[in-house]
Design a protein around this ligand. Structure first.
Ligand SMILES: [Zn+2]
Length: 222
């Protein structure tokens, strides 16, 4: 800010045309300094978050420099929920602060719900977010090969197809293979309450599998 005022007072002594040009340059430098600061702060806080590798200052420096600025300071620690940086761009100093709400940073069900029906993925995503970490996706889409493996394990464990069938669907008969089921972990009671509270199109068709949720209307009743 001090530097900016200094530049302005010099600019005023210049001829009118030069004044305008310098004003433009000052404004531009200010904007670019702020952009560099914003980028550095965002990079730092992303790096500080659980998915970073824990080097927020290095990330802040890299992003400041990628925007042509120098990092003057970075108040950023690994694991912190906020980061504050100060950068200098052509003598113009800018600051920025970035923060995140850790409650919104629950593992998104994106990877776990890959391959499942989009409507199911959407409903499960809403449920997981609303649970604020108490509910998560354990299993979603299962390729037929994986279902065959599970069936083999169940056969070995329960001894007969009749009993194994109560726990694992034989290959070709699982709703998971069709991308129409997810198994949830954590507080499945809360999951059921959230389904009702949020009016989500999910239900639990298997009484002995309270973690298994499907989209309403996709299972044909025998
Ligand atoms: Zn299941």
């Amino acid at each position: 800010m001090t530097i900016l005022v200094g530049t302005l007072s010099i600019a005023i002594t210049l001829a009118w045309g030069g004044f305008l040009r310098d004003m433009h340059e000052v404004t531009l430098s200010r904007q670019l300094a702020q952009t560099a600061a914003d980028a550095a702060a965002l990079a730092a806080v992303a790096e500080a978050a659980p998915y970073g590798v824990g080097a927020p200052a290095a990330q802040a420096r890299e992003y400041a420099e990628a925007n042509g600025a120098h990092l003057l300071s970075c108040d950023c620690e690994a694991g912190a929920v906020g980061a504050q940086v100060e950068v200098s761009y052509r003598g113009v100093v800018a600051q920025a602060r970035a923060a995140y709400d850790p409650r919104r940073l629950q593992p998104l069900p994106t990877a776990a719900t890959q391959g499942v029906h989009p409507a199911l993925a959407e409903a499960v995503g809403a449920l997981v977010r609303a649970s604020e970490g108490a509910v998560y996706v354990v299993s979603g889409y299962r390729p037929p090969q994986r279902q065959a493996e599970l069936w083999k394990q169940a056969l070995a464990k329960y001894g007969s197809p009749e009993v194994a069938d109560d726990w694992v669907a034989p290959p070709g008969r699982s709703m998971h293979e069709r991308g129409l089921a997810v198994d949830l972990g954590g507080d499945t009671g809360l999951a059921a309450r959230l389904v009702a509270d949020l009016g989500l199109p999910l239900y639990r068709p298997l009484p002995h599998e309270p973690w298994h949720f499907e989209l309403v209307g996709t299972r044909r009743t025998p």
